[in-house]
Design a protein around this ligand. Structure first.
Ligand code: PLZ
Length: 449
């Protein structure tokens, strides 16, 4: 895999882990102290390291350390954080104009991004796309579109869901701390149903979970629901791949009651799981599909794509936003699409899964603190819990993550209980680098056990 990588030839940042100082180093600590004097303390931090340059699978910090990137800025920089084709297209656009506002005067790249998404999202029906800026905005607009199309108020969401931090999407997100605490009251008409977490529902059949979802719908009148919104693989909630048959079962419920099925592919989509869209693993087409994050490889862009009759339901002028589908972001997205076209990146994602499973799955036998290794493609996670009782161990996830950080591997945790360590390497990471990072991780897990 190392040699087939798309950018392997034009990399100027050496693709090896290299530590010159403690992590964080002295310059990062200084800058972090300055930050604390200037920046709202409402922002958390996974690793207080200041970045000087990033490329491929490496992040170089201001102290000259080279760290392995197992985060990709939370599943964003899938093509590497300074992808040359993205840089070229954005630079060329910068010379022409940075912004017109698509609601004032138009530019072709906006249409081209919509056209690619219309062609490539699952579902053999006429589609339209609306572009926005952040993931949360895509979710909010999916709700607006579904309400306009159905004339109904309610929105069904699921346990362990994450959909954003804006007022509506915060209400749709399941986890209270840190996302919702002190920020209420929450907007109304959000109803939560059971999700189909296989680890936490051992012995439960998928039909039973679907019955429980249907009974939640019935409690509120199923015909009062505009949309049901689900992540095909739950991201912040713990990289939960739902039980087989769950998403297809939701598709059937949505059809039965005329509810818009919205697939939030913001974290899992755009190649991350080894297919363009994670819902392809389930062979389900959403009525609306949401993308953001990797869509423009770090230039802010999000999209709602789906059935033409839904996207055309809002009145003209009802959708928009000053920066919606900004031309720099559209050019970045077109550069991403070009590089997804030949399937090499998708193959890389699948190869990453093979390597990660080969290294981490033996831990299931050698320790009793790893309850599961799960995920798809380059969206993989380790859940820390007592193997017998399944009591979550966030302390171990935090310890292992800290250990990785100190060894120069950028890892993130997630999960309702904070006990899941997730791996989101860029799809262009070289195999040697990937294996080096995994070696650090397995040693950290062994020492925590
Ligand atoms: N839907 C499935 O994963 C963003 C959140 C980081 P925005 N996830 C990372 C944080 O702590 O704020 C996300 C997601 C899914 C929606 C969103 C929201 O996307 O671009 O952060 O608004």
């Amino acid at each position: 895999m190392t040699e087939t990588l798309i950018n392997a030839t034009d990399r100027s940042l050496l693709q090896t882990r290299h530590l010159l100082t403690d992590i964080p180093g002295p310059r990062s600590l200084e800058l972090h102290a300055e930050r604390a004097e200037q920046v709202s303390s409402g922002f958390g931090i996974a690793l207080p390291v200041f970045v000087e340059r990033a490329e491929g699978g490496i992040v170089r910090d201001v102290d000259g350390n080279r760290l392995i990137d197992f985060a990709s800025g939370i599943a964003v920089t899938s093509l590497g954080a300074s992808n040359s084709r993205v840089a070229e297209r954005v630079a060329a656009q910068l010379e022409k104009f940075t912004h017109t506002c698509f609601m004032v005067t138009e530019y072709e790249a906006f249409t081209k991004v919509c056209s690619w998404l219309n062609r490539n999202t699952p579902g053999d029906f006429a589609k339209r796309t609306a572009l926005f800026t952040t993931g949360a905005e895509a979710v909010e607009n999916a709700v607006k579109i579904s309400r306009a199309a159905t004339g109904r108020p309610n929105v069904l969401v699921f346990d362990e869901a994450y959909h954003g931090r804006s007022l509506l999407t915060m209400a749709m997100t399941a986890k209270v701390n840190p996302y919702k605490k002190n920020f209420g009251p929450m907007p109304d008409h959000i109803v939560r149903a059971a999700s189909a977490n296989p680890l936490r529902n051992a012995g439960v059949r998928v039909e039973q979970v679907l019955e429980s979802v249907e009974s939640t719908l019935r409690e509120h009148d199923p015909f009062s629901f505009a949309a049901m919104v689900i992540e095909p693989i739950q991201g912040e909630g713990g990289f939960v791949v739902p039980m087989a048959g769950f998403i297809p079962g939701l598709r059937k419920l949505a059809d039965k009651y005329g509810i818009v099925l919205v697939l939030d592919e913001i974290q899992a989509g755009i190649g991350r799981t080894g297919t363009l869209f994670a819902s392809e693993h389930e062979q389900v087409a959403g009525d609306l599909v949401l993308t953001a994050k990797a869509l423009a490889n770090g230039v802010p862009l999000s999209a709602v794509t789906g059935r033409a009759e839904l996207l055309n339901a809002p009145h003209a002028g009802g959708l928009g936003g000053t920066y919606a589908g900004n031309p720099l972001a559209c050019e970045a997205a077109l550069a991403v699409f070009e590089q997804l076209e030949d399937g090499v990146l998708l193959a890389n994602a699948r190869r990453i899964e093979q390597v990660v499973r080969e290294v981490l799955e033996p831990l299931l036998d050698s320790t009793s603190i790893v309850a599961q290794v799960r995920g798809r493609g380059a969206m993989l996670a380790v859940e820390f819990a007592d193997r017998g009782t399944l009591v979550p161990r966030p302390d171990l996830a935090a310890k292992v993550s800290r250990d990785c950080h100190s060894q120069g591997v950028i890892t993130l945790t997630c999960g309702t209980h904070g006990n899941v360590l997730r791996l989101l390497p860029p799809l262009v990471i070289g195999e040697d680098l990937l294996r080096d990072g995994l070696e650090v991780l397995s040693r950290a897990i062994a020492s925590a056990a």
